[in-house]
Design a protein around this ligand. Structure first.
Ligand code: AMP
Ligand code: MG
Length: 345
C-alpha cells in the first residue's frame, strides 16, 4: 500500500512543507524563506515568528497541490534537529498538532541525514560520500560502521555563511536571489573579463576539516583594499571550493566509495559542481549535484526520511518529540539501512 507523508522543516531561515508518497513521488514541495532585510543576519526568534505565521498556509497549499485532504495523510514528519531552537519548535508544534488532531503517527527526522537520503532517492545513489554545504553546515558525511559519520567539517563558520557575510559586507542586494548566487554572478563577471583575476587568499584544510573564517576576513580586507569586488568573489569561490573539493576527495579516496553527492543550498553553485564533477571523474565515481528544490532545506527530505523510518518499524510517542538542537547525524540509528549495513560488514 502506498503511504502519504507530510514533511515539515523549519530548522533555520526556511520553512518547508512537502507531501511525498512511499513510491518516492514528491506531490508538493514548497519553501518560504524568512528575509531579515539587506545587511542583516538571521535572528532565530524572528525567523521562528515568520515560520509560525506561514506554516498553516504552506500545509494547506501542499495538500491542495497534492490533491488530497489532511485525512489522507498516513504519516506526520518533522525536523527534530539539528537547528535553531526557536525555529525547530515551529515544525515540531505543527507536527504534534496534526498528529494528535488526525490521530496519525509522528516521526522526528534528523536534518542532515534527511539531506543525504533525499539525495540518494533523487540521484539514484546507493552509498555516496555526501558533501553537505549550506547556510548552517559544511560537512562531509558518509556511511561507515553502521552510522552516517561526519568525516570532516568546518571548524568555524559554514561555507554558506561565509558567502552570505561576505556579500553583506559588500552590501550586495540579495532581495531577488540567495547571497551565494549573487557572489557567483560577480565571480562569473570577473571570469568573463578574464586576465589576472585570481588573488591568493588563505587556504585552510586540516585533514578532513576546513576553516573559512580566516578566508572570509582576508576576502573582506582584499575588497576594501581596492581590488575589484568581482575578482574577490572569483578568488573567494576558487579558494573555498577547492578546499571543499579537497576534503571530499580525501573522503572518496579513504573510503573507496564510488559515488559523490553534493547537497545543501550551496550545491546550486555551478563552479563548485564543476570542480567536484572533475574530481569525481578522476576517481571513477558517479557525481550527483541535486536540483535546488531538493538540495536546499525542504520538507520533501523530511517526509521521505520519515517514510523510510516508518517502513523500517520506527515508532515515536508525542513525549519523545522535543527538539534536539545539537542532534548529530552519527547519533541516528539507521534502522532503514540495516540490510545495507550488514552487507557492508
Ligand atoms: P540552505 O541552508 O541549505 O537552505 O542553503 C542556503 C545557503 O545556500 C545560503 O548561504 C545561500 O547563500 C547559499 N546559496 C544559494 N545559492 C547559491 C549559489 N548559487 N552559490 C553559492 N551559494 C548559494
Ligand atoms: Mg540544511
Amino acid at each position: 500500500m502506498t503511504l502519504i507523508a507530510i514533511g515539515i522543516e523549519s530548522s533555520a531561515d526556511k520553512l518547508g512543507v512537502a507531501i511525498v508518497n512511499s513510491d518516492g513521488e514528491i506531490l508538493a514541495n514548497n519553501v518560504k524563506t524568512y528575509k531579515p532585510g539587506i545587511g542583516k543576519g538571521v535572528i532565530p526568534r524572528d525567523a521562528a515568528e515568520h515560520h509560525a505565521d506561514n506554516v498553516s498556509k504552506l500545509i494547506n497549499l501542499g495538500l491542495k497541490q497534492a490533491n488530497i485532504t489532511s485525512a489522507d495523510l498516513d504519516l506526520i514528519c518533522f525536523t527534530q534537529g539539528s537547528g535553531m531552537g526557536p525555529c525547530l519548535r515551529v515544525d515540531a508544534v505543527a507536527a504534534r498538532t496534526l498528529a494528535v488532531k488526525l490521530n496519525k503517527p509522528i516521526i522526528g527526522v534528523n536534518h542532515q541525514v534527511a539531506h543525504v537520503e533525499i539525495g540518494k532517492l533523487i540521484g539514484q545513489l546507493d552509498d555516496p560520500i555526501a558533501l553537505y554545504v549550506s547556510g548552517g553546515n559544511s560537512q562531509v558525511i558518509a556511511l561507515a560502521e553502521g552510522r552516517y559519520r561526519v568525516f570532516g567539517e568546518t571548524l568555524d563558520i559554514p561555507i554558506g555563511n561565509c558567502l552570505d557575510v561576505f556579500g553583506r559586507e559588500m552590501q550586495f542586494d540579495n532581495s531577488e536571489k540567495p547571497m551565494g548566487a549573487v557572489v557567483e554572478e560577480y565571480a562569473n563577471m570577473a571570469k568573463e573579463r578574464g586576465g589576472d583575476i585570481f588573488h591568493e587568499l588563505p587556504y585552510t584544510v586540516k585533514g578532513f576539516d576546513i576553516s573559512f573564517s580566516g578566508l572570509l576576513t582576508a576576502a573582506i580586507k582584499l575588497a576594501k583594499s581596492g581590488i575589484p569586488v568581482d575578482e574577490v568573489c572569483f578568488s573567494l569561490q576558487e579558494t573555498a571550493f577547492a578546499m571543499l573539493t579537497e576534503v571530499a576527495e580525501r573522503a572518496l579516496a579513504h573510503t573507496g566509495k564510488k559515488e559523490l553527492l553534493v547537497c545543501g543550498g550551496v550545491a546550486a553553485n555551478s563552479r563548485l559542481k564543476k570542480m567536484l564533477e572533475q574530481m569525481a571523474e578522476i576517481h571513477g565515481a558517479k557525481f550527483v549535484g541535486l536540483p535546488a528544490p531538493v538540495a536546499i532545506d525542504n520538507g520533501a527530505m523530511i517526509a521521505w526520511n520519515g517514510i523510510l523510518m516508518h517502513q523500517a518499524g520506527h515508532t515515536q510517542n508525542i513525549e519523545d518529540t522535543l527538539v534536539r538542537q545539537r542532534w548529530r547525524p552519527e547519533e541516528v540509528e539507521l534502522i532503514w539501512l540495516e540490510n545495507e549495513i550488514n552487507n557492508l560488514i
